[in-house]
Write a protein that binds this ligand. Structure first.
Ligand SMILES: C[S@@+](CC[C@H](N)C(=O)[O-])C[C@H]1O[C@@H](n2cnc3c(N)ncnc32)[C@H](O)[C@@H]1O
Length: 497
């Protein structure tokens, strides 16, 4: 049984807010917070609510919590509703908190993977607060899986609270918060601040680069996450949820874990009632029982619903046609072709292993830039993962990029879609440190691209006017489909990581 959260992580801060809250308003706030985040506040949290939300009342010059809640409900979810959540989460965390979990990862999980010849490790740190926990994971993994051993490691750090997420992403801490970091790791993975930053430490880029930070509300469905994880850390989070929310969350975690994957919970988060799905290994470490694993959460993958024209269907062995929303990776001699208008195709290859591949995508034309770029990041991740599955090494990837022409003219809103696609793909590759060795982007004509992944050779031929019309029709249809899927509901069909 999970202990009442009253006994755990509250930070005990009760400020003299000067406000009092009546029963009705407290009840309404409690209900709304639960609907939005799954957090179940007990009665004893009245003072905390008064103190934390009192600041917002003062900020707006309001006199009652009822008025404030009205403002929160009616406002844009990304503004005061988010602020409301940020105020009411409890974010206590530390480096190497419950350190036996990191020992278990180092001494059991990673050696098991190594013995199985698996050097691809995906970790999700859900409810990562200000970042101490995911950075501890990164240090543990970096020590146990040295870069020289060619491990492919990614850690997703997520939280519902955007303030703590920003702190985590910054990776700058007061030096006195690092007391539990072993001195050798502190020297190796942190930079010490000087001058105005004296007394601070900053996480070194080589550690930070293992992490991706995302706002993810654990009770929202579906999660914008496509990857399966070998390990999920969700410590001292479910303690704030009621039993029903915990049940739902744990079955969704099960669907997001690889067979035999590991789940780490906080010290008081005993989930014996999920014993059919998770085998308890002690100290709130659980392992998926693969035979009873529920089917993977299925998330729609973008695909056009118009049939590919005959010219784009595969013709002969070794020649592959990539259509919009698709990805193809190969090892050894092959040709990958595609026709591009405003879409872009990234051609990545690893010259040493003769592996490579191509994707073909367009960003959805939604106004929310985060949503749009997450979609693009997903298209790129699909390609990278597909090439790595063929034996390619991400650290050796080279890129050639094509497309992004001003070809679509379906509406003014989409006029710049080619430019956005081109800018996105270049920015993504820069961020990921994948060098772009050739590009043919922009212009007003469509292109036929031929790519030989085993040599990295690529050619782009401009299309004649008459060849472009069919292509434009398909791209317009695709963009329309994608926009519908992305806009209702906001995260549907978008995957990351
Ligand atoms: C007490 S902290 C735990 C931090 C860290 N996991 C640890 O154990 O040190 C709980 C975190 O869960 C986050 N959280 C609460 N409800 C959430 C939800 N519905 N979705 C995602 N994160 C949530 C809070 O914002 C907070 O940062």
């Amino acid at each position: 049984m999970i202990a009442s959260h009253d006994t755990d992580d509250t930070d005990g801060t009760v400020l003299a807010s000067g406000f009092t809250i009546n029963d009705e308003d407290f009840e309404a706030i409690r209900r709304f917070l639960h609907e939005e985040s799954g957090i179940a506040l007990s009665n004893s949290k009245r003072d905390m609510v008064c103190a934390r939300l009192g600041k917002r009342l003062r900020h707006f010059g309001l006199r009652s919590f009822g008025e404030y809640l009205k403002k929160v409900r009616e406002g844009d979810p990304r503004t005061e509703r988010q602020e409301f959540i940020n105020c009411l989460t409890t974010n206590k965390t530390d480096f190497f908190r419950e350190s036996h979990h990191f020992d278990f990862l180092r001494d059991t999980v990673i050696p098991q993977m190594r013995a199985a010849g698996n050097k691809r490790l995906r970790i999700w740190c859900a409810g990562s607060s200000t970042g101490e926990e995911p950075y501890t994971l990164a240090m543990t993994v970096r020590e146990a899986c040295p870069v020289a051993d060619k491990w492919d490691v990614r850690i997703l750090a997520s939280d519902i609270d955007t303030t703590v997420l920003a702190t985590a992403e910054r990776g700058v801490y007061d030096a006195d918060r690092t007391g539990d970091v072993p001195p050798a790791l502190l020297r190796k993975y942190f930079l010490r601040g000087v001058g105005a930053s004296a007394g601070k430490v900053s996480v070194r880029p080589e550690l930070r680069n293992l992490l991706t930070f995302r706002r993810i509300n654990l009770i929202e469905e579906p999660w914008p996450v496509r990857a399966k994880f070998d390990v999920i850390f969700c410590r001292n989070v479910v303690i704030y949820f009621d039993r029903e929310t915990q049940h739902r969350l744990l079955s969704r975690f099960a669907a997001q874990l690889t067979p035999n994957g590991y789940l780490f919970l906080g010290h008081s988060e005993n989930i014996h009632w999920t014993a059919n799905t998770f085998a308890p290994l002690g100290a709130t470490v659980y392992r998926m029982r693969s035979a009873t694993a529920p089917p993977a959460q299925s998330i729609a993958r973008p695909a056009p619903n118009v049939p590919a024209p005959a010219a784009l269907r595969p013709r002969a062995e070794g020649v592959h046609n990539v259509i919009i929303g698709d990805v193809k990776a190969t090892r050894g001699p092959a040709v990958i072709k595609t026709l591009l208008g405003s879409c872009v195709a990234a051609c990545l290859y690893d010259p040493e292993t003769g592996t490579g591949g191509m994707n073909h995508f367009s960003l959805p034309g939604v106004s929310d830039e985060g949503t749009s770029t997450r979609y693009g990041a997903h298209a790129m991740e699909l390609l990278i993962t597909a090439i790595m599955k063929k034996g390619g090494d991400r650290s050796r990837f080279r890129a050639k990029v094509f497309g992004g022409g001003k070809v679509l003219d379906m509406s003014a809103a989409h006029m710049d879609v080619g430019v956005r696609n081109a800018e996105f793909v270049l920015k993504y590759l820069e961020t990921e440190g994948i060098p772009v060795v050739a590009q043919d982007l922009g212009g007003t004509r469509g292109r036929l691209v031929r790519f030989r992944p085993h040599t990295g050779q690529a050619q782009a031929k401009q299309l004649a006017e008459r060849e472009v019309s069919q292509l434009v029709e398909r791209e317009e249809q695709f963009t329309r489909d994608l926009n519908t899927r992305v806009e209702t509901p906001p995260d549907d069909g978008i995957t990351l990581f």
